[in-house]
Design a protein around this ligand. Structure first.
Ligand SMILES: [Zn+2]
Length: 58
């Protein structure tokens, strides 16, 4: 079974990294509104992924 949550969290990370490379606001630590949404999306997916990893171990 493909690890969909892992893929989505990695995709969100790639999207955020690519945006930060191109966005002068985000490069100077002034996260723009689209950048902020990407950070929130990535954080949410990462939390869900890490929480699931934790549950797997227990
Ligand atoms: Zn930005």
């Amino acid at each position: 079974m493909p690890d969909d949550l892992y893929e989505r969290h990695m995709t969100a990370h790639r999207t955020l990294t690519a945006h930060r490379t191109d966005c002068s606001a985000c490069r100077s630590q002034q996260t723009c509104p689209p950048g902020k949404r990407m950070v929130e999306s990535f954080t949410r997916l990462q939390d869900a992924y890490l929480a699931r990893q934790k549950n797997k171990r227990d």
